[in-house]
Design a protein. Structure first.
Length: 256
């Protein structure tokens, strides 16, 4: 990855931070895009200011996305990899109790965000010798998750975006893939499990088992570093002919 430039949304924490660190460890220049101060912490963890660019970005705001990508290209001379990781969990509630504002916000971050970044990155990606778009979806984009309708719908949308972009950009040798993580260890999934426990009227450990680990072959949550390793592979020369795919990193929960 030496000399290549990667733009990672949601790079302030969780999976996004681990993806940014993984690319930086392999020598890439990394633009760290997110709204919060965590991007500065990610940059400090990388420890090489010459190869990091913390850039405040709201993926739901087109002008913010446009300016962040332009700043990245100006700083590093091009763009090779776009990782659309920014996302929110959305509400945990049956559909009749989901507020319209919560629905709109979940779709704006999880589905409109990847559209906006792709829209404004594609011209620069076309100039790369090995360009790749990696969208972080979820196994919830493939199978039901009770009381999480906005999240599931948004992650299904990401898979549709991935497949369509792969064919739209294929003539430019740009690969486009989605990673579908299972429930991934970290603060976000802990909050989701707590909300599910409350919704189901059970204890935290029972909600974790019933909703996330009971039907996984490995019976465990996913580690964010495993998702990062898959992102590295999909952006590598070894995956030059892997495109239009939604790849599970889920401990054996979904099989399609």
């Amino acid at each position: 990855m030496a000399g290549r430039t990667v733009f990672v949304t949601g790079a302030s924490q969780g999976i996004g931070r681990r993806i940014a660190l993984a690319f930086a460890d392999r020598g890439a220049n990394v633009a760290l895009a997110a709204r919060g101060d965590g991007i500065e912490e990610t940059a400090a963890e990388i420890g090489d200011p010459s190869r990091t660019l913390p850039v405040r970005t709201d993926v739901t705001d087109e002008s913010s996305v446009r300016s962040s990508i332009a700043e990245t290209v100006d700083s590093f001379g091009g763009l090779d990899v776009l990782v659309n990781n920014a996302g929110i969990a959305g509400p945990t509630a049956p559909i009749g109790a989901v507020e319209r504002d919560d629905w709109d916000r979940t779709m704006a971050v999880n589905a409109t965000g990847p559209y906006l970044t792709a829209k404004h990155a594609v011209a620069d990606l076309r100039e790369s010798d090995r360009a790749s778009v990696i969208n972080i979806s979820s196994i919830s984009g493939k199978r039901p998750l009770e009381n999480r309708t906005p999240y599931v719908a948004s992650k299904m949308a990401v898979i549709g975006l991935t497949r369509t972009l792969a064919f739209e950009l294929g003539e430019d040798d740009i690969t486009v893939n989605a990673i579908c993580p299972g429930a991934t260890s970290g603060p976000r999934i802990e909050a989701v499990i707590e909300a599910q426990a409350e919704s189901l009227g059970v204890e935290y450990d029972e909600a974790k088992r019933r909703v996330f680990t009971e039907d996984a072959a490995l019976e465990t949550l996913v580690d964010a570093d495993d998702v990062a390793e898959m992102a590295l592979f999909l952006a590598s020369d070894a995956a030059r002919h892997v495109t239009a795919q939604d790849v599970n990193v889920d401990g054996g929960t979904a099989w399609y």
